[in-house]
Design a protein around this ligand. Structure first.
Ligand code: GLY
Ligand code: MN
Ligand code: MN
Length: 438
């Protein structure tokens, strides 16, 4: 990982403290308490699900394996980390943190999550932890508006966060290359996934989200989550949506590969790839993301028209819902401490919601882009039987080339997804930069 983190972290923490101070003062809170949380227990069992720390905890410090631990922020004081280190010979005991960030914290080591709770300061506190009431905190009706204000500030990434996202993209790009090789060597979905993990040197549980690795028709299942053990007789296409983690931040990357001799599909992949780069170029301050999503519909519809899937104009295809049958998800979302990061539809610091345009309920990002935001740009074109069946009943059905559409079912679909920083100037494409350097 880049040595720069060392120098960027103190500024990151200073920024977070100043942001929190303002919200605490406005809401009349004494302390901000951020609990890492505890892993959920499997029903009627003595085993946990994998632990994933509260995103707020990961936002404050790069500590991902600290169940039961807390960050305590008190305006005017050094932040405190109450770190749980159980006496336990059954499990790996989290090591006492000693890294570039630890000197910024007052460290208290306690033997249990209960002891960590007991050490939290009293007062009127903003508590951010999963299942707060179940852990004994009083219900707090004013927390929601304080969280709106805090979340809002997370829309603008610090230089430190951008560096974590750059590194998450570098790891992801390396792993995507390995996955493509495994697929081209005749690997199955599981083989491709295992090659990805091996190159990322991350376990499944460490990834920022469950990888989507779909060969052939499986590319048409948007959140395809099975891993076929055997490769099909002929692999026509691979759609792989997989990210990598870096200190609690993750990349979110999709690539689509055409198999040997799948020239027509390759032409569609190339066209979507070129269009995607056009959308990335529009990630500029002042650009309304919902408008960019609608623009993407027009551009993708024009590709489908030019490639002979229908005869109507791109404008008509958007108007009568044809483009939505082929591109049924949003153009992208905010990215940060969470893959689908907070505030994509938030109206202001005070909360509120900017609804997606009518007919586009799945668009998670409806805001105007500002410098410091990181978004994904992930257009797609799919051949989804359920959605195409809806078009067959329409009066314009004869404008579609059903023979060509049926021919493309075997390829599933195309999605190309990059992670992009909105700056004061040209966008920074974290993903393409990482592939270029890999
Ligand atoms: N991998 C989840 C997404 O692209 O939003
Ligand atoms: Mn993705
Ligand atoms: Mn995404």
């Amino acid at each position: 990982m880049s040595a720069q983190l060392d120098t960027l972290y103190p500024d990151h923490l200073r920024t977070l403290r100043a942001r929190a101070d303002q919200v605490l003062a406005d809401a009349g809170y004494d302390h901000l308490l951020i609990g890492a949380g505890l892993p959920p227990l499997k029903f009627l069992d003595d085993q946990d699900y994998p632990f994933v720390a509260n995103p707020w905890f990961r936002h404050w410090l790069p500590l991902t394996d600290a169940p039961g631990s807390w960050v305590v922020h008190t305006p005017g004081s050094r932040p405190r980390l109450i770190f749980v280190q159980p006496r336990d010979y059954w499990h790996v005991v989290p090591q006492t943190p000693d890294a570039y960030w630890t000197r910024e914290f007052e460290l208290s080591i306690v033997p249990s999550a209960a002891e960590a709770l007991a050490q939290l300061p009293g007062g009127h506190n903003a508590v951010i932890v999963a299942d707060a009431v179940a852990q004994g905190f009083a219900a707090d009706p004013s927390l929601a508006s304080a969280l709106d204000a805090l979340n809002w500030q997370r829309s603008s990434k610090t230089a430190y966060e951008l560096e974590l996202l750059r590194e998450a993209n570098r790891i992801g790009a390396r792993a995507h290359r390995a996955a493509e090789q495994a697929f081209r060597a005749g690997g199955s979905e599981l083989d491709t996934h295992l090659a990805y993990l091996a190159a990322a040197r991350q376990t499944d549980a460490e990834l920022p989200y469950a990888s989507i690795v779909g060969i052939n028709t499986h590319g048409a299942i948007l959140h395809y989550s099975a891993f076929d053990r055997a490769a099909p007789e002929l692999s026509h296409s691979l759609l792989i949506d997989a990210g990598a983690s870096c200190a609690g931040y993750g990349s979110d990357i999709t690539r689509t590969h055409a198999g040997p001799k799948a020239w027509e599909f390759q032409a569609l992949v190339d066209a979507v790839d070129a269009a995607q780069q056009g959308f990335v170029a529009k990630v500029r301050a002042g650009q309304d993301y919902a408008q960019l999503h609608l623009h993407a519909h027009l551009v993708l519809a024009d590709i489908l028209r030019r490639q002979g899937f229908f005869r109507m104009s791109a404008e008509s295809a958007v108007e009568c819902g044809v483009s939505r049958a082929f591109f049924p998800h949003g153009l992208g979302h905010m990215l940060g401490a969470q893959v689908h990061d907070v505030t994509g539809q938030q109206q202001s610091e005070a909360g509120g919601r900017i609804d997606p345009p009518a007919g586009h309920p799945h668009l998670r990002m409806t805001r105007v882009l500002q410098p410091g935001m990181v978004v994904t740009i992930e257009p797609g074109v799919y051949f989804i039987d359920m959605l195409l069946a809806g078009l067959r009943e329409q009066p314009f059905a004869s404008d579609l080339d059903w023979v060509r559409i049926r021919h493309f079912r075997q390829f599933g679909g195309v999605r190309i997804e990059d992670d992009v920083v909105c700056t004061g100037d040209a966008p920074e494409n974290l993903t393409r930069d990482a592939f270029a350097a890999a």
